[in-house]
Design a protein around this ligand. Structure first.
Ligand SMILES: *[C@@H]1O[C@H](CO)[C@@H](O)[C@H](O)[C@H]1NC(C)=O
Ligand SMILES: *[C@@H]1O[C@H](CO)[C@@H](O)[C@H](O)[C@H]1NC(C)=O
Ligand SMILES: *[C@@H]1O[C@H](CO)[C@@H](O)[C@H](O)[C@H]1NC(C)=O
Ligand SMILES: *[C@@H]1O[C@H](CO)[C@@H](O)[C@H](O)[C@H]1NC(C)=O
Ligand SMILES: *[C@@H]1O[C@H](CO)[C@@H](O)[C@H](O)[C@H]1NC(C)=O
Ligand SMILES: *[C@@H]1O[C@H](CO)[C@@H](O)[C@H](O)[C@H]1NC(C)=O
Ligand SMILES: *[C@@H]1O[C@H](CO)[C@@H](O)[C@H](O)[C@H]1NC(C)=O
Ligand SMILES: *[C@@H]1O[C@H](CO)[C@@H](O)[C@H](O)[C@H]1NC(C)=O
Ligand SMILES: *[C@@H]1O[C@H](CO)[C@@H](O)[C@H](O)[C@H]1NC(C)=O
Ligand SMILES: *[C@@H]1O[C@H](CO)[C@@H](O)[C@H](O)[C@H]1NC(C)=O
Ligand SMILES: *[C@@H]1O[C@H](CO)[C@@H](O)[C@H](O)[C@H]1NC(C)=O
Ligand SMILES: *[C@@H]1O[C@H](CO)[C@@H](O)[C@H](O)[C@H]1NC(C)=O
Length: 413
């Protein structure tokens, strides 16, 4: 027997309708409505409510308008089968006033999703379109604009798989993963590219917080900021078979932004990655030990460590900064004097089997603070071509297996 229910929250006789929801047993199926401008969020939220455990949600081919925030948490054994496109509205004042909190760095999101045993499958074409151009134009170079929403937060989630999803024109960071364990995110396409030359700063591919055992496999990330970033309390992170275009490359950090607060990053491996025109292949960045302002655009004074970060089998093309950087100088207040103050401890950072070319800068610039010199740094740039000098500048790097060509330069981020 087919149990068919039409959701018609905005339906009035004679008017066109938003997306339909049909519930058949444990399958909730969304199909496009007849009104292409209506808000489809209520139908989608209703599907997540009615199919929240031992169920599947099918979002069929078509485009759905997402005009409201979505909080779909506490799912249990749910398959989300995304065949269509979710298109976020461009109502900047709505989103800035209604974002859902990350509970960290004052960041907010348009969609918080979570639960256990979730499979979110986009089949290589299911798409989240953040309509980010309006945000790139509106923020106009202002970093971490309050209320500019992360496309998707995966929160409080365990044993789940995200596969074949495309994220285009994300409003801000594409994804944040927080308070989660044992996730696989594979075959993910991210492309946040401004079509009018405005900055795509803050379009990070993904940032992890308070999470363990996260694998990122076969990502293609085109953006204007960190390609993949592990921040506070990220452990056992594996990045494999990815391609990064134009952004900053992998980032461990920034970290240490909250005064006297312990945060750490431990056990990160990145392998078989190709980077094109990125700033670095990857880098490590901590805030200074001096408190100036408060998060998200100020802070410092955090404690903790980043250790056991390894990049191997990496190919680079025309990198604009160099292969890598360590900076402990992060401070958004233009104060260049704090680089030696951080007690945040960076150690055991290895780059092996890396090849290709850099376009500018130096091979590496490693600024460890006087207050926490870095041991266990191992870098081999034998197979990296430069367009001239082979500078590898370092300060307070101890027991390295390479020779530094001079002291490190100041680097604010
Ligand atoms: C379609 O939805 C929009 C937004 O809710 C509404 O303003 C418009 O009247 C609807 N059109 C029809 C034909 O129902
Ligand atoms: C998960 O949900 C599916 C229905 O979508 C059901 O067939 C299966 O038995 C559930 N698995 C468990 C372990 O309960
Ligand atoms: C994760 O769960 C905790 C505990 O219920 C809650 O306080 C927190 O807000 C959740 N995280 C997010 C980002 O929603
Ligand atoms: C935090 O974000 C809210 C809006 O989401 C904003 O009103 C507030 O000014 C922000 N606070 C800081 C310190 O940036
Ligand atoms: C880590 O996560 C993967 C899923 O990506 C899972 O298969 C594995 O069992 C987890 N490992 C541990 C030690 O929990
Ligand atoms: C990203 O999008 C831009 C603009 O749409 C396009 O030119 C570029 O080819 C895309 N990059 C990738 C890797 O698909
Ligand atoms: C930072 O934390 C230290 C140690 O608890 C404290 O002495 C100092 O006052 C704090 N600084 C600020 C600006 O809050
Ligand atoms: C990070 O993890 C450590 C060790 O579990 C814990 O002591 C610390 O409070 C965590 N940091 C934050 C900001 O929650
Ligand atoms: C470093 O992390 C990797 C995983 O990223 C792990 O296999 C290795 O055992 C760790 N090394 C140490 C010394 O903990
Ligand atoms: C890092 O990896 C090592 C080796 O597998 C393991 O012993 C250690 O517990 C890991 N660290 C964390 C924080 O999980
Ligand atoms: C290399 O990078 C430079 C500077 O960003 C850029 O002008 C040039 O077009 C790039 N070359 C290629 C082949 O991408
Ligand atoms: C750090 O490297 C040292 C040798 O340089 C090694 O003895 C130690 O086990 C490493 N620790 C981690 C956590 O990788």
């Amino acid at each position: 027997m087919l149990l068919y229910r039409m959701l018609s929250l905005f339906a009035v006789a004679g008017f066109a309708l938003a997306a339909n929801l049909a519930v058949t047993g444990s399958v909730c199926t969304i199909t496009p409505g007849t009104n292409v401008t209506a808000d489809d969020t209520p139908s989608i939220l209703s599907a997540f409510q009615q199919c929240s455990s031992d169920a599947s949600i099918v979002i069929s081919e078509g485009t759905y308008n997402i005009n409201q925030v979505m909080e779909t948490t506490g799912l249990k054994n749910v398959t989300i089968d995304l065949q269509g496109t979710l298109l976020w509205s461009t109502d900047i004042s709505y989103w800035r006033a209604n974002g859902l909190p990350l509970n960290y760095l004052n960041m907010t999101s348009a969609w918080v999703l979570g639960g256990e045993d979730i499979t979110f499958d986009g089949h290589g074409y299911g798409t989240l379109n953040g309509n980010g151009q309006v945000w790139y134009d509106f923020s106009n170079g202002v970093g971490n604009l309050a209320g500019r929403p992360i496309s998707l937060i995966i929160a409080n989630t365990t044993n789940s798989v995200f596969t074949g999803i495309q994220f285009v024109q994300s409003q801000f960071w594409t994804m944040a993963i927080t308070q989660s364990d044992s996730l696989l995110l594979t075959d993910i396409y991210v492309n946040s590219t401004s079509n009018d030359g405005t900055s795509t700063e803050n379009t990070d591919g993904v940032d992890t917080f308070f999470s363990n055992n996260i694998t990122f496999r076969r990502w293609s990330v085109t953006n204007g900021d960190d390609s993949i970033s592990t921040k506070a309390n990220s452990t056992n992170i594996l990045i494999q078979d990815c391609e990064f275009f134009n952004g900053n490359g992998f980032a461990a950090g920034s970290i240490g932004q909250y005064n006297d607060t312990f945060e750490f990053i431990e056990n990160v491996t990145m392998e078989r990655v190709v980077a094109y025109n990125t700033l670095w292949a990857g880098y490590i960045k901590s805030w200074t030990g001096t408190v100036e302002g408060y998060p998200p655009n100020g802070g410092g004074g955090g404690i903790g460590y980043a250790k056991n970060i390894t990049f191997r089998d990496i190919t680079v093309h025309n990198l604009t900064g160099g292969i890598t950087e360590i900076t402990q100088c992060v401070s958004y207040n233009g104060d260049t004097s704090g680089c030696d103050t951080s007690t945040f401890q960076v150690s055991n950072y290895t780059i092996e089997d890396i090849r290709g070319t850099i376009y500018g800068g130096s091979l590496a610039n490693l600024y460890c603070s006087v207050a926490a010199p870095c041991p266990g740094i191992s870098l081999d740039f034998t197979n990296v071509g430069t367009n001239g000098t082979r500078n590898l500048t370092c300060s307070n790097v101890v027991g390295a297996d390479f020779e530094c060509t001079g002291p490190a330069g100041y680097s604010p981020y």
